[in-house]
Design a protein around this ligand. Structure first.
Ligand code: NDP
Length: 365
């Protein structure tokens, strides 16, 4: 069984590729350049997975019509993860920025966010329809961002919920939209376009669709990172900022509340989404539970031995009042994927392994 994984060099996708290979699948990884493919070939080659198990295909521009036509030929399933992850675009007043100078993109680039998210998604579905006669299932990595915007009071969400606020915000307010709205809108619009595509083409397609909506994904990043922690993917950059880089901790960020899952569990969810018959036609959130960022700091302070011995963790704000605002019903992850919360990695394991990975990379310098 051969699976096409798009954005195969990304933080989540490389774990999807690894989990697929370890479970005996053949993988075709789509990346934007040969150098990104080289890292994957070398990384997996060292682990005993040669080019007979993992082949690389270059798709330079996923917004071009027919971009995936060649890539989908001869595969049995697709895991589409490629999408720009720019959680905040700078608003002109700078009022909502959590991270100092972390994201300097301006709202003009919101179009560069939404376009590849939507056109990449519709494009791969169209290529699958036109050239993927052997395809039986397509899994798309959407996001909790397509479900919600952060509430101000504790709220229980489920897969029934859709984040329409961010789309309307970008449409109505343009450059004055909330800085998180560009990314969130990109995920809502891409996911909505995928379901619409399936509905419109249901008499013609040989496959069904599963959408996974990850919350904040944490854990060890095994992807190529050139130029140091500043170039980490967004969610692990947050972890690094909070747990390692004490100078950049703001009270507002430590308080901010969301839902999380370990990247290895997220990868497993992507594989189970291929395997479980009942997953067809479902959007599924996989979450280990609610958290605030101070929780990661507290857990780091309890780790013995501490993985970065010469760099003790910051304290954040010990004793911070913890109000968890975002909650999910774990119904589908349990019933459809067989992943109850109790089976998932703990935050302690996730933080320890992420820090151990930083240490292996020689960070902090
Ligand atoms: P990464 O930034 O590590 O990976 C993103 C991947 O998408 C990379 O392979 C990247 O390629 C590719 N990509 C980005 N922009 C484009 C573009 N314009 N055209 C083609 N490819 C592009 O992020 P994650 O692994 O964290 O995210 C993967 C998916 O998971 C995304 O769809 C994201 O929205 C979703 N997600 C992530 C969460 C998280 O907490 N990490 C939470 C919820 C959802 P390149 O390296 O060439 O830029």
């Amino acid at each position: 069984c051969k699976v096409l994984v798009t954005g195969a060099n990304g933080f989540i996708a490389i774990w999807v590729v690894r989990t697929l290979l370890e479970r005996g699948y053949l993988v075709r990884g789509a990346v934007r350049s040969a150098s990104k493919g080289k890292y994957l070939t070398e990384y997996f080659g060292k682990r005993g997975f040669g080019t007979d198990k993992l082949e690389i295909v270059i798709v330079e521009d996923i917004t071009k019509p027919g971009a995936f036509d060649e890539a989908v030929k001869g595969v049995d399933a697709i895991e589409h993860t490629a999408s720009p992850v720019v959680p905040e675009v700078k608003d002109p007043q700078g009022a909502f920025l959590y991270q100092k100078d972390a994201l300097t993109i301006d709202l003009e680039h919101a179009a560069d966010l939404i376009k590849p998210a939507v056109q990449g998604t519709v494009g791969i579905l169209q290529s699958a329809l036109d050239h993927g006669s052997g395809i039986r299932r397509i899994v798309i990595t959407s996001s909790g961002a397509a479900i919600l915007v952060r509430p101000t009071v504790p709220t229980l969400f489920s897969e029934e919920d859709w984040n329409t606020f961010s789309v309307e915000d970008v449409e109505k307010n343009g450059v004055n939209a909330h800085p998180e709205s560009g990314y969130r809108a990109s995920k809502t619009l891409a996911e909505r376009a995928a379901w619409e595509f399936v509905e419109k083409n249901k008499s013609k397609i040989s496959w069904d669709l599963v959408v996974i909506n990850p919350p904040v994904v944490l854990g060890p990043g095994i992807q190529e990172i050139t130029g140091g922690p500043a170039n980490l993917n967004a969610s692990i950059k947050w972890l690094y900022e909070v747990v390692v880089n004490s100078s950049s901790q703001s009270e507002k960020f430590l308080y901010s509340s969301s839902v999380w899952v370990d990247v290895r569990d997220m990868a497993l969810a992507h594989i189970l989404a291929l395997q479980k018959e009942a997953a067809g036609g479902e959007r599924i959130v996989v979450s280990a539970g609610p958290f605030i960022w101070q929780d990661l700091v507290d857990i780091a302070n309890q780790l013995t031995p501490y993985p970065l011995p010469s760099h003790p963790p910051p304290k954040g704000i010990p004793g911070l009042d913890k109000t968890y605002l975002v909650h999910f019903k774990p119904n589908k992850q349990e019933k459809i994927l067989g992943m109850p919360v109790s089976s998932l990695r703990t935050m302690e394991e996730t933080v320890r392994d992420a820090l151990t990975e930083f240490a292996a990379r020689g960070w902090p310098e």
